[in-house]
Design a protein around this ligand. Structure first.
Ligand code: 6OD
Length: 469
C-alpha cells in the first residue's frame, strides 16, 4: 500500500522504496508534504525490465479485453475519487472545484474514451483486382510516459489510455513536484488487478526522466511539458530514432473583434488567461483587441481579473520566474492594468496581472511565462490581427471572439496553431487531434491519432491468382 507522505516507486506490481528520498512541497504553504524516493539508474532499469517482461502477454490480449481493463481503471478512479482529488490538491494547490470537475473526472473519461475508440476501430484494407493489401497494427512495446506538473492526473491518463489499450506497457515518470496522484493511480492498478508490470511508476527529477527515455529497453516516448525539456529528450533518443510525441510550450493569442459579444469575450478571456493560475499550456498570454473596443475591453478585463482568486505557482522557483516577468514589464515601461505583485504570506502565490504597452519584440510577448498574466494590445484590421497572432515561435492554441460566422472561419483557418477555439476556450472532444505546430510540439494526440502513435502498421500484400474459368 502506498503511503501519502512517503512515496515509493511501483514496479512489476510491487512498491519499491529505493533511491535517496527528496522533499516535495505544498505550494499553498511552502511546507514539505512528502518525501519521495528518487529513481537512480538501477531503479529505472528495474522498471523498464518489468515493463518488458509484461509486454508480450499484454500485447497478445485481444483489444476488447484491454478495453475492458481500461473500463476497470475508470471505475477504480471513480472509487478513489476523493482521495485523488486530495492528492492532486496537496501537490498543486488547485481549487477544489476545478479538481473535482476537470482534473480527476478527465482521468476516468480518458480511459473510457480510448476503450471505445480502440474497440470500434476498423482495420484498413486496399483491394485491386488481383491484389489485396491490409494492415495489422502492433504496439511500440515499452513506452516512457513523462508527465508535467500542471495537470498531472489529466495528462498522465490522457497518455496511458491510448498507450495501454494499443497494447503497450509503460513506465510513467511524473514531475518531481506532483508525485501524489500518480502514486495513488499505481495503487488503483494494483487494486483492480491489472497484470503486474503493465503500469510502472517511478519518481525523480529530470535526470531520472533522461535515464528513462534513453534506456535501450524503451521503444517510444510521450511527453508534455516545456520546449526546452522536449528538445533535450529528442537529443537523448536521437541515436535510437525512437518515436516521440511531444506537446510543448505555447504563447497563445486571443483575438477579440469589435463585433464580439463583449460579455462573453471578457468572461472567456478571464478563463483562458487565469485558469489554473495560468499554468495550462493552452492559456492565453497575448490578447489582441480591435481598437474601437480596446479601452472598454481592457477596463472590463482588469476589473474581472482583480477579483480572480490567486492560485499558487507550483514551486518557489516557478514563482520567481513569473515575478521576473512582472519586473521585466515594469522595467520596460508597461502599464499595469491590474496586479503586478505577490501577496504577503506563505506559499507560492502571485497576483493575477494584466499589462499593456509593451512592443511585440519584448521577451514578455515572445516567451512562455506560464503564470496568471497576459499582455493586451490593440489592432486595426483583420489582416493585422492574424499577422500578430502568427508572429510567434509557438503555435499551440488560439482563441477568437467574433459574432461573424464568415470571419470566424476565415480567421481560424489562417491561424498558425494546432487548436483554434471560437467563442470558447478549452472545450474538448477527446476524439479530435490535439497538439501544436512550430516549437509547440511534434505529432498529435487524441482519438485515432493517439492510437496511431502508440502502434505501428505492418502492411501485408497478397497476390491473388485468378481461378481457372
Ligand atoms: O485536455 C487535454 O487533453 C490536454 N492534453 C491538455 C493539455 C494541457 C497542457 O497544459
Amino acid at each position: 500500500m502506498m503511503s501519502f507522505e512517503q512515496v515509493a516507486h511501483f514496479i512489476g506490481g510491487s512498491w519499491v522504496a529505493e533511491g535517496e528520498p527528496f522533499p516535495s512541497h505544498d505550494p499553498v504553504t511552502g511546507q514539505v508534504n512528502r518525501r519521495v524516493h528518487e529513481a537512480d539508474s538501477a531503479v529505472v532499469d528495474k522498471a523498464v525490465r518489468a515493463a518488458r517482461q509484461a509486454a508480450p502477454g499484454w500485447a497478445a490480449l485481444p483489444v476488447a479485453e484491454r478495453a475492458t481493463w481500461m473500463r476497470r481503471l475508470s471505475e477504480g478512479i471513480e472509487a478513489r475519487f476523493d482521495d485523488l482529488v486530495a492528492a492532486e490538491i496537496a501537490d498543486t494547490g488547485k481549487p477544489l472545484e476545478q479538481t473535482r470537475t476537470l482534473d480527476i473526472p478527465r482521468g476516468a473519461a480518458n480511459f473510457r474514451a480510448f476503450a471505445e475508440i480502440a474497440a470500434q476501430r476498423p482495420s484498413e484494407a486496399f483491394h485491386l483486382t488481383d491484389v489485396l493489401s491490409y494492415t495489422v497494427r502492433r504496439p511500440l512495446g515499452v513506452v516512457a510516459v513523462v508527465v508535467p506538473w500542471n495537470l498531472p492526473f489529466l495528462l498522465m491518463t490522457w497518455k496511458l489510455g491510448p498507450a495501454l489499450v494499443a497494447g503497450n506497457t509503460v513506465v510513467v515518470k511524473p514531475s518531481e513536484n506532483t508525485p501524489g496522484s500518480a502514486a495513488l493511480f499505481a495503487q488503483i492498478c494494483a487494486d483492480v488487478g491489472l497484470p503486474p508490470g503493465v503500469v510502472n511508476v517511478i519518481h525523480g527529477y529530470g535526470t531520472t526522466g533522461q535515464l528513462l527515455v534513453s534506456h535501450e529497453g524503451v521503444d517510444g516516448v510521450t511527453f508534455t511539458g516545456s520546449t526546452r525539456t522536449g528538445s533535450s529528450i529528442m537529443k537523448s533518443v536521437a541515436d535510437r530514432v525512437k518515436p516521440i510525441s511531444f506537446e510543448l510550450g505555447g504563447k497563445n493569442a486571443g483575438l477579440v473583434f469589435a463585433d464580439a459579444d463583449l460579455d462573453r469575450a471578457v468572461e472567456g478571456s478571464v478563463r483562458s488567461v487565469f485558469t489554473n493560475g495560468g499554468q495550462v499550456c493552452l492559456c492565453t498570454e497575448r490578447l489582441y483587441v480591435e481598437r474601437p473596443i480596446f479601452e472598454e475591453f481592457c477596463a472590463r478585463l482588469a476589473e474581472k481579473a482583480a477579483s480572480v482568486t490567486p492560485q499558487p505557482m507550483i514551486s518557489a522557483e516557478h514563482r520567481e520566474k513569473v515575478l521576473s516577468f512582472y519586473a521585466l514589464a515594469r522595467d520596460e515601461g508597461a502599464k499595469f492594468l491590474t496586479g503586478g505583485g505577490a501577496p504577503e504570506g506563505p506559499g507560492y502565490f502571485v497576483e493575477p496581472t494584466v499589462v499593456t504597452g509593451l512592443p511585440e519584440s519584448s521577451r514578455f510577448n515572445r516567451e512562455e511565462i506560464f503564470g496568471p498574466v497576459c499582455h493586451v494590445s490593440p489592432f486595426d484590421t483583420e489582416g493585422e490581427a492574424v499577422a500578430l497572432a502568427n508572429d510567434s515561435d509557438y503555435g499551440l492554441a488560439a482563441t477568437l471572439w467574433t459574432t461573424s460566422l464568415d470571419r470566424a472561419h476565415r480567421v481560424a483557418q489562417r491561424l498558425e496553431a494546432g487548436l483554434v477555439w471560437v467563442n470558447t476556450w478549452y472545450l474538448r472532444d477527446l476524439r479530435t487531434p490535439f497538439g501544436g505546430v512550430k516549437l509547440s510540439g511534434i505529432g498529435r494526440e487524441g482519438g485515432t491519432q493517439s492510437l496511431d502513435f502508440y502502434s505501428e502498421p505492418t502492411t501485408i500484400t497478397i497476390k491473388l491468382e485468378s481461378a481457372d474459368e
